[in-house]
Write a protein that binds this ligand. Structure first.
Ligand code: IDP
Ligand code: MG
Length: 215
């Protein structure tokens, strides 16, 4: 749970200004927001609002749900940023925040903190901070966390189905183009880490009600 974790050791002096601001704002929200595990959230999806906490990732399973999606340096380097953004737009999701970031080592390490013990962690961080920017985004809409994972495809492109982003554009697990939050708790952490509340827009696309409606 975020409330019991130590604050990230992020040194502001080595971070881009936007990230400094995001981290400063996020620091407060990230570790004080109620968190919920994905399984728990799935089980309570039909229950009342009290059991569906709202964080910077919105409210799980509702149109306010948000996911952190990041085009990694290989996606930027291969100049397919527009194609990837189009997929989320065409699906019906709403882009509520976007920025190009040269992540600091500290930011990259915090983002992937759950993988710190993996043998590839060092090279993953080196790659993310190699000097080619990442495109950090927040997308909003019903089920965007789980649907975002479907659209991105399996971690290893060998298992990623054709039609998914990794299944269409990637070959190697170490160069799999894109990141997507894997649950409500990680979306809450990641959006709070990369963005401040004030960087996230509130607006209603023309077709929003059509796309989000249930009978
Ligand atoms: P995800 O990106 O699908 O959520 P994670 O297991 O969270 O997958 O791993 C984060 C990233 O670390 C992957 O997207 C990939 O770039 C890299 N990675 C994961 N497993 C390996 C591996 O076995 N070798 C090299 N890189 C890996
Ligand atoms: Mg992951």
């Amino acid at each position: 749970m975020f409330a019991t974790r130590a604050a990230p050791a992020v040194r502001a002096s080595r971070m881009p200004l936007a990230v400094v601001a995001a981290t400063a704002v996020a620091g407060a929200s990230l570790y004080t927001q109620p968190s919920v595990h994905l399984d728990q959230a799935v089980n309570t999806a039909g229950a009342d609002a009290v059991s569906r906490p709202t964080t910077i990732a919105g409210t799980f399973t509702t149109p306010s749900e948000r996911s952190f999606i990041m085009i990694k340096p290989d996606g930027v380097n291969r100049q397919i940023v527009g194609k990837i953004i189009s997929r989320f737009e065409e699906r019906g999701y709403k882009l509520v925040a976007i920025k190009s970031v040269l992540p600091s080592t500290e930011l990259a390490r915090e983002h992937y903190s759950d993988l710190a013990s993996k043998p590839f962690f060092g090279s993953l961080i080196k790659y993310l901070t190699s000097g080619t920017p990442v495109i950090a985004m927040v997308w909003e809409g019903k089920d965007v966390i789980r649907q975002g994972r479907n659209m991105v495809g399996a971690t290893n492109p060998l298992q990623a189905l054709p039609g998914s982003i990794r299944g269409d554009y990637a070959v190697s697990v170490g160069r799999n183009i894109i990141h997507a939050s894997d649950g409500f708790e990680s979306a809450t952490k990641e959006i709070g880490l990369w963005f401040g509340e004030k960087e996230i827009a509130s607006y209603t696309p023309a077709a929003w009600d059509q796309v989000m409606a249930d009978n």
